[in-house]
Write a protein that binds this ligand. Structure first.
Ligand SMILES: [Zn+2]
Length: 475
């Protein structure tokens, strides 16, 4: 193939999620335009200090941001980018923009609280923290992001600069999630760079299956589960029914620690179906997470993004996210009244790994009684309270007090929102021509390297597992 004209240079810099999972940020420069794909927060403890580093290029020189989805590790550093001078557009689907607003406000609130805790602690200890005990960003910084969102539809192509256009297609990961195709043309030549974002799994509820673009010159692909296969985890809905029915027979409550985005809506969806099938008793279900409640409202407004089964459910006048017996609690006072209810209830509350939020109060009230069940429906990272409980601890510390674990502990494993190794490779394998290069990101180093080797061996393609801040030129 002919070399591109002298003026044509696509430079790609890996500014996050390179040999780790969180902090997704990739800077693409071409035709004199600088584009940032995602601007995520680092969440792993050992990398969190990077959130405070100044951006490698001045934010006011970045022309636009393309946002794959609303998870914090993809959007969570936008408030800092804007405060430091970015004023271009942030292209994403409208659902992503609406959910990102909720998530950024919550994150700002946590940053503010965190800084205040640290300030008090450091004051007692007579020292200063490394970041001056100010929040990474505050509510006003988060709100300053909102006017910059520029919603685009799936498959709608937008011109971003001279010879540069972007197209979003459905990644099937969470509502509104996208893969992003960037076409760069110059002097009659064209290159397509595809950012996979986080890739979902086939046959999950609510969202559609991941799109397969089938052609790109360069592919930047995630590898969260690049070294693992999701075992046959059985029928999630049936397992939920078994836990609820057996807990109801023993007269206890079911407490479900849940993530606010996608997992909570999936739980409501399955509960709605189980009730419709008369597979569980007509219990009271509390959605006791203000953030999950707000995000559920966004879901209700975006039926155009649902998969065929969910559309069919709506057509049959069944509501995927509400049913008789569902109570959405908003105030903390209302949340506390749940403790006084006698008889079995299901309580869905955040946070998903029990690291904060209202679920901690529900654990205090329920974990010491054998008739109750704590039902885990998501990944529990090492070092979190959730992980300690699923690992079988006999006593746990919650909100400063020790409690014996006497409740039943159930874990439903089939909920993952990320493709496994074979599903990731299956997606790549459908490309009609081999890409000129594949870059593996968004996975722990072991997982990213293992997936890189797998693709190299199976397909014989050129694969790179970039290092943090590595720069490459795409020709
Ligand atoms: Zn994600």
């Amino acid at each position: 193939m002919k070399k591109l004209g002298r003026g044509m240079r696509i430079k790609l810099r890996f500014l996050g999620a390179a040999r780790n999972v969180t902090g997704s940020r990739h800077l693409l420069e071409a035709n004199g335009v600088k584009l940032l794909v995602d601007c995520g927060l680092y969440q792993e403890r050992q990398f969190r200090d990077r959130n405070w580093d100044s951006f490698p290029v001045p934010p006011n020189q970045i022309d636009a941001v393309l946002l794959t989805h609303a998870h914090l590790d993809h959007c969570g550093l936008l408030p800092k980018l804007v405060r430091e001078g970015f004023s271009g557009r942030i292209y994403c689907t409208n659902a992503t923009a609406e959910i990102a607003k909720i998530i950024l406000l919550d994150s700002a609130h946590i940053q503010e609280e965190d800084a205040e805790h640290k300030r008090k602690r450091h004051e007692r200890q007579g020292r200063k923290g490394p970041h001056g005990d100010v929040p990474l960003y505050n509510t006003a910084d988060a709100e300053a992001v909102f006017p910059l969102f520029a919603p685009v539809k799936y498959r709608q192509t937008v011109a971003i600069g001279e010879g540069i256009q972007a197209t979003l297609c459905d990644a099937g990961h969470v509502l509104g999630s996208s893969m992003i195709l960037i076409d760069v043309s110059r002097d009659g030549e064209k290159r397509t760079v595809l950012f996979s974002g986080d890739i979902g799994r086939p046959d999950r509820p609510i969202v559609r299956d991941p799109n397969i673009p089938e052609r790109a010159d360069y592919v930047i692909i995630e590898s969260t589960y690049g070294d693992r296969l999701h075992k046959d985890t059985g029928d999630v809905k049936r397992q939920m029914a078994e836990v609820i029915n057996s807990t109801e027979r023993s007269g206890g409550n079911v407490v479900v620690p849940s993530f606010a985005l996608e997992r909570s809506q999936e739980l409501l969806y399955y509960l709605s179906e189980l009730l419709g099938e008369d597979a569980i008793p007509h219990l009271t279900v509390f959605l006791d997470s203000p953030m999950a409640a707000r995000i559920t409202e966004v879901f209700k407004r975006h039926g155009e993004m649902f998969d065929a089964e969910t559309v069919e459910m709506l057509r049959n006048h069944r509501r995927p996210f509400s049913f008789p017996g569902l109570r959405v609690t908003s105030s903390a006072a209302e949340s506390k009244t749940i403790n006084h209810i006698r008889g079995t209830v299901v309580i869905i509350a955040g946070s998903g790994m029990c690291t904060g939020g209202r679920v901690k109060h529900h654990l205090v009230n329920n974990i010491t009684r054998p008739e109750n069940t704590i039902m885990f429906v998501g990944y529990q990272a090492v070092g979190t309270l959730g992980r300690t409980i699923v690992d079988g601890a006999k006593r746990v510390r919650i909100l400063g007090e020790k409690y014996p674990v006497r409740a039943g502990i159930a874990q439903i494993r089939g909920f993952s929102a990320h493709a496994d190794r074979d599903e990731l490779f299956g997606w790549l394998e459908k490309f009609k021509e081999p890409p000129r290069g594949v870059f593996v990101v968004h996975g722990e180093a072991d997982s990213a390297v293992a997936f890189g080797n797998y693709v190299r061996e199976k397909a014989g393609w050129r694969v790179t597992v970039p290092e943090y801040r590595q720069e490459v030129i795409l020709d």
